[in-house]
Design a protein around this ligand. Structure first.
Ligand code: ADP
Ligand code: MG
Length: 348
């Protein structure tokens, strides 16, 4: 292949950072998004705006590229599958379909004998009876949720009944884990038994949104080993190509649970840009474009803080950062509450 033109579905900050990493590798990026204000258009080589179900627009996109990936889970399976008939899509569309549905995702993880929180699917009103075993819990829509959207913490059955749930959607009720810590493991799988795995990252959430990530994670060697093994097992079972993130819970008794899988680069891995020789973004591109796999080397400990809503303002005004600080502005047009606007990574 002489020139690689990488198509990316989704145009948020993950698409921007993938584009920056691609440029370093002399790969052109063409981004497709259903948001005409998509921030990634500031970083990619070419940008197409259209609905993810618009066959003609998607066709135009597919004709411009030779490999396709995505930075956002909620792309319709039908679209990914259609595209995959003419150009390679990685990770495979079937993986995305599995993971974008919280119930299918958890069933898959449990089949591998990997622990998840206890859960039950809720499709109709009568399913709400005798759920005491799952309370206190969190009710989540099975699809389309992110950054805590579509989630309701529930303490009692009465509360659940009062919620007036819209049963045109499907839900999952998960038992609340008494959290001691949350961690994530980012892994890039290149081929059968060929991986690069980043060390476990410790994550702090506020209002169900990631606030801070740091390495090293302050957890036992046993948990480090177990989270690494489970992540490898998941990536291998999926025959995954590219970067994947496994989010974990650790409860007060040091039990490890898989919370969810993200079939893409992940917010907790932004610190890999400054803390490793190869970032999660570059490794994703290397894997999906079949480029050389380079052994991962850690350069520094690091801590990343998300700048949410107005928190970006002082950083936009004050450019004098310390030598160990790296500020990323996602260049989103509008500041909104709970919207990730940028981040700051400190190397330690
Ligand atoms: P999203 O897809 O929005 O990232 P998650 O399922 O990862 O959704 O939930 C976001 C955050 O909410 C988690 O990282 C965790 O802090 C909290 N949370 C979600 N489910 C549970 C649970 N069952 N027990 C404890 N905390 C939870
Ligand atoms: Mg999550």
């Amino acid at each position: 292949m002489s020139e690689i033109r990488l198509g990316i579905l989704g145009g948020g900050q993950l698409g921007s950072m993938l584009s920056v990493a691609a440029k370093k590798l002399n790969i052109k990026t063409i981004i497709y998004s259903d948001d005409k204000n998509s921030p990634a258009q500031n970083f990619c080589d070419d940008f197409l705006f259209g609905d993810y179900m618009d066959k003609n627009k998607i066709y135009e996109f597919v004709n411009k590229v030779n490999i396709i990936t995505y930075e956002f889970e909620n792309i319709p399976y039908k679209t990914l599958n259609e595209i995959n008939k003419s150009k390679t899509v990685n990770p495979k569309p079937s993986i995305n379909r599995l993971i974008q549905h919280r119930l299918a995702e958890k069933d898959f993880i449990n089949k591998l004998n990997i622990r998840t929180t206890r859960y039950v699917g809720i499709e109709k009103k009568s399913d709400l009876e005798s759920l005491n075993d799952f309370l206190p819990g969190i009710l989540k829509t099975t699809t389309m949720g992110y950054d805590g959207k579509g989630q309701y913490p529930i303490k009692s059955l009465d509360e659940l009944n009062e919620l007036n749930i819209d049963f045109s959607k499907e839900y999952i009720l998960e038992k609340l884990v008494k959290l001691k810590k949350e961690i994530s493991v980012i892994i890039t799988r290149f081929a059968y038994n060929r991986y690069e795995i980043y060390e476990a990252i410790e994550n702090i959430h506020e209002n169900q949104i990631l606030k801070r990530s740091k390495i090293p994670a302050d957890i036992s060697d046993k948990l480090i080993g177990q989270s690494r093994e489970w992540s490898k097992q998941i990536a291998e079972e999926l025959k995954y190509i590219g970067t994947l993130c496994v989010e974990f819970f650790i409860d007060r008794n040091d039990n490890l649970y898989v919370n969810e899988i993200a079939p893409r680069v992940h917010n907790s891995g932004h610190l890999t840009i400054n803390a490793f020789n190869i970032s999660q973004f570059e490794n994703h591109i290397r894997a999906v474009c079949s480029l050389e796999q380079i052994p991962l080397k850690k350069l520094n400990n690091a801590e990343m803080t998300n700048l949410i809503g107005n928190q970006i303002i002082p950083y936009r005004q004050n450019k004098d950062l310390k030598d160990n600080e790296f500020f990323f502005d996602y260049l989103k047009k509008e500041i909104k509450d709970n919207r990730k606007m940028g981040h700051l990574t400190k190397i330690l």
